[in-house]
Write a new protein. Structure first.
Length: 305
């Protein structure tokens, strides 16, 4: 299994267009600090890739990843579809950038599909341009494609809905068992090697099922949105704590760093908010993570399992 890290930033990216916080100002002064919205590209088979989440940066992410370039025929693309971890705008707006395709394959849970079709009216907007081919995403491991050794399964982690879906009725098809499937971690497994990767860019809690999935994975990439629980408050840009916003903090007694350090897997953080001190390569928080054996993922990183 080959995985390309296409982006590692939370909503707005780093820098965010309307922000002059230290993280954004630093990224403008030092282009190497810049981060695009969190996303992965996963190779399902030779010449066939799936995006994990479709971000507003999708076009630029594809251009920076040679394996995703079209060719040799004028309109042949290696992109086979998109796997969604949730229905948040930062993870779904890029679907519209795929409208030049004949069809867009989307793998999603029932609540996520319901939100996109009912809340965002994605079908009404895009089907005049491209067919939407939906595939279910559930807790069982299913082949990513017919000729692929990779399987994908969902580990429910949160009932947090995107703001635009707050008032939506429940979907008619509740086969995913409703609420917690609004936000999931993805378990990607290579049946040839038996190795696996667990990806959770949004993590509001650490349920037992997620712990079991993390213990059995070879690579674990998780939500690193905020360093501390009070970061949104102390930065001056928020009125709620990190956990109230649906993101476990990295540091602190209920933080994720020490949980990750206890795993046998290679562990990395993604989805960094622009206020996170880890955006500064010289920040002392990097030393704390290094001592725990935990890494911060970087845009463009390649992971081979």
């Amino acid at each position: 299994m080959r995985v390309r890290v296409l982006g590692t930033a939370a909503g707005g990216g780093v820098p965010q267009w309307n922000c002059a916080c230290p993280g954004c100002s630093g990224a403008r002064a030092h282009p190497g600090w810049r981060r695009r919205h969190a996303s992965l590209a996963v190779q399902a088979a030779e010449g066939r890739w799936y995006l994990v989440n479709a971000t507003p940066d999708l076009g630029e992410q594809v251009e920076d990843c040679p394996e995703l370039h079209p060719g040799p025929q004028p309109r042949r693309t290696p992109l086979a579809g998109v796997i969604l971890t949730d229905a948040e705008l930062d993870h779904t707006l890029g679907i519209a950038r795929l409208r030049e395709a004949d069809a867009i394959g989307i793998v999603a849970t029932t609540p996520v599909r319901h939100a996109l079709l009912t809340g965002l009216h994605l079908g009404e907007v895009l089907t005049p341009y491209a067919r939407l081919d939906w595939r279910p995403l559930g807790p069982e491991d299913r082949p990513l494609a017919e000729d692929s050794p990779l399987t994908v399964g969902a580990v429910p982690v949160s009932a947090k809905r995107p703001r635009y879906a707050a008032g939506l009725d429940a979907p008619d098809d509740d086969a995913d068992d409703a609420d917690d499937a609004w936000v999931v971690a993805l378990r990607l497994t290579d049946r040839t090697t038996g190795r696996s990767l667990l990806y959770a860019p949004a993590l509001a809690a650490w349920p037992d099922a997620f712990q079991r999935a993390a213990e059995s994975a070879d690579h674990v990439i998780v939500d690193g949105t905020f360093w501390s629980d009070d970061e949104p408050l102390t930065s001056g840009f928020g009125s709620r704590t990190a956990t109230a916003m649906g993101h476990l903090p990295i540091d602190g007694p209920d933080g994720t760093a020490r949980r990750l350090a206890a795993l046998d897997a290679r562990t990395l953080y993604t989805h960094l908010n622009n206020t996170n001190p880890l955006n500064d390569p010289a920040a002392p928080q990097h030393t704390v993570l290094r001592e725990l054996g935990v890494e911060v993922a970087a845009d463009g990183m390649v992971i081979d399992l």
